[in-house]
Write a protein that binds this ligand. Structure first.
Ligand code: OAD
Length: 272
């Protein structure tokens, strides 16, 4: 990470009232949550066609309960421990400083809100909400309640002869079954018009911790550029989006984002 790149990004941010951030799994990597496509990532250990499509997931629960237990136990361990890291906290501070309008995130872990970010557009949904598959009722739950739900599912999978998802999933008052309010592969993303509006209006867009291969999220930085925004990428590795970025800060989110916000604060202090 070069200080010159950090300072150049901070200068743009301070000069703009319209800054937006797009985050991906890399922002939560330093909170202990595996990314999807890095070495050892989730998609190396599990087949996304099996666990990341809605019908595949229900089939997986019934046909491979022991593998489902392994998957859910891993999720449980990670979520029970995960806490916001300095990268999440820096973005929350940038919003408090009045220089960040929204975080658009592909992450489903709720850590941006836990760090204090108020305006978070979760285009891939969130594990901190469940949704009834019949009536559509949504219920917000704390991370602790989500972990408890996982414990119940794991126990049921381990002790039942599971032949139907109803044996494992929680029921809504309407009689329907709840699922996590996340976006599975093949499903429509959430709140896309709101995200696109933010991106089109942005003067600066920071893209952090995403490989930029999953659409429509991966198309948002291009839309920002087409509308004249200055694009900053924060990532330890080059990505599909690196070539269109105006500035590349090659570092992890936990170091780069606090450095960026520190530089913004210093600039703002010398202005007054
Ligand atoms: P990926 O796993 O595809 O990419 C993670 C990115 O984070 C890579 O570019 C890494 O270089 C970068 N990275 C790793 N450690 C980092 C750190 N400490 N700081 C900053 N960056 C770091 O994850 P996403 O791009 O988020 O979708 O994946 C997009 C979507 O694909 C996910 O939302 C999920 C997945 O399948 C659904 O499940 C619908």
């Amino acid at each position: 990470m070069t200080q010159a790149a950090v300072d150049a990004a901070a200068k743009r941010i301070c000069a703009s009232g319209r800054v937006v951030v797009l985050t991906g799994a890399g922002v939560s990597a330093e909170s202990g949550i595996d990314t999807f496509r890095d070495i050892g990532g989730l998609w190396e250990r599990f087949d996304p066609d099996e666990v990341a499509t809605a019908s595949g997931w229900l089939r997986f629960l019934i046909s491979k309960p022991w593998e489902a237990i392994e998957f859910l136990s891993g999720l449980r361990e990670v979520f029970a421990r995960a806490r916001p890291n300095p990268g999440h906290e820096a973005l929350a501070e940038l919003e408090r400083l009045g220089h960040l309008r929204a975080v658009i995130t592909q992450n489903v872990d709720g850590l941006h809100q836990e760090a204090g970010s108020e305006r978070v557009i979760e285009i891939h949904g969130t594990f901190t909400r469940r949704r009834c598959m019949d009536c559509g009722l949504r219920e917000t739950l704390s991370r602790e309640a989500f972990v408890e739900d996982l414990d119940v599912m794991i126990a049921k999978l381990g002790s039942y002869l599971v032949s139907h998802p109803a044996h494992v999933l929680r029921r809504c008052a309407c009689g329907g079954l709840f699922r996590a309010d996340i976006v599975h592969f093949g499903e429509e993303v959430h709140d896309l018009p709101e995200a696109v509006k933010e991106v089109r209006e942005a003067e600066v867009m920071i893209v952090c911790g995403t490989s930029g291969v999953v659409y429509p999220a991966a198309g948002l930085p291009g839309q920002a550029k087409d509308n004249g925004a200055f694009l900053v990428e924060v990532n330890p590795e080059p990505t599909e989006l690196s070539a269109i970025a105006d500035l590349n800060i090659q570092a992890g989110a936990g170091a780069a984002l606090p450095a960026l916000v520190r530089a913004v604060r210093e600039r703002l202090a010398t202005r007054t």
